[in-house]
Design a protein around this ligand. Sequence first.
Ligand SMILES: Cc1cc2nc3c(=O)[nH]c(=O)nc-3n(C[C@H](O)[C@H](O)[C@H](O)COP(=O)(O)O)c2cc1C
Length: 265
Amino acid sequence: MSSNKESTARTLIVALVVSLVASVFVAGSAIYLKPVQQENRLLDKQRSILAIAGVGSPTLSAREAQELFAKRIRAEVIDLATGAPSETHDPLTFDPLKAARDPAASAALPGDVDIALIKRREQYATVYRLVKADGSDELEALILPVRGYGLWSTLYGFLAIKPDLNTVVGLGFYQHGETPGLGGEVDNPKWKALWPGKTLFDADGKPNIEIVKGGVQPGGKDAAHQVDALAGATLTSKGIDHLLHFWLGEQGFGPYLARLRQEGV
Ligand SMILES: Cc1cc2nc3c(=O)[nH]c(=O)nc-3n(C[C@H](O)[C@H](O)[C@H](O)COP(=O)(O)O)c2cc1C
């Protein structure tokens, strides 16, 4: 009887020691790997910005991507309400998505304004300029972060536009949780190839871009402002349509783009 009790106690002690060692190991790995994960996320974002701006390729090594980003991309933090550059934020350390969760650095959006379904909008945003490869610092594309809700998830991506501040260079999402084969087709290169050359604004500067269910009528009078919806994924497509209107409008980059139009890029 007593040896039975002893062996139960011994089993419990061994189980406890094993689980303690395992939890220390798991917690230790999580702490140890955090900076690596953060660095990989940053690298993913940089690769995505380069690809959407039409430079670099998915086969670039981490080092090549970092070098190309440093050479061709200039980041800047702007005040979304005025479009003016921020004097106080460093684009290297400022995290707009973190700011969007902070009540001191963001504002709740009323339902009728929140067409992208993001709930809160940060006061400051980071924008990126692709500059010419000749080292002249001349603008080749402007890359704006965009996000909004699809069917299942918030899609996070970038919209790159030409220096005319109207023509699309590329649109792509680096993070979302839409269904592979349906909403997930936002990542399909064939769908992404429909975007370059489309125009975003009408003659008086109002956002004019539409994702059309059933497909764009070739040669139709609005074809330059239209892109085919994703097949079988009307809801994700609508989400993207809405998020583009939000970020191109007054609550998004409208004031920044107006400022650039006035002052020149
Ligand atoms: C399991 C499942 C996953 C789905 N995922 C998506 C999705 O990611 N995006 C989307 O727009 N629709 C998705 N749908 C379809 C929507 O429910 C809806 O039918 C569709 O958006 C309508 O598009 P359609 O009019 O082009 O058929 C999914 C449906 C099912 C059953």
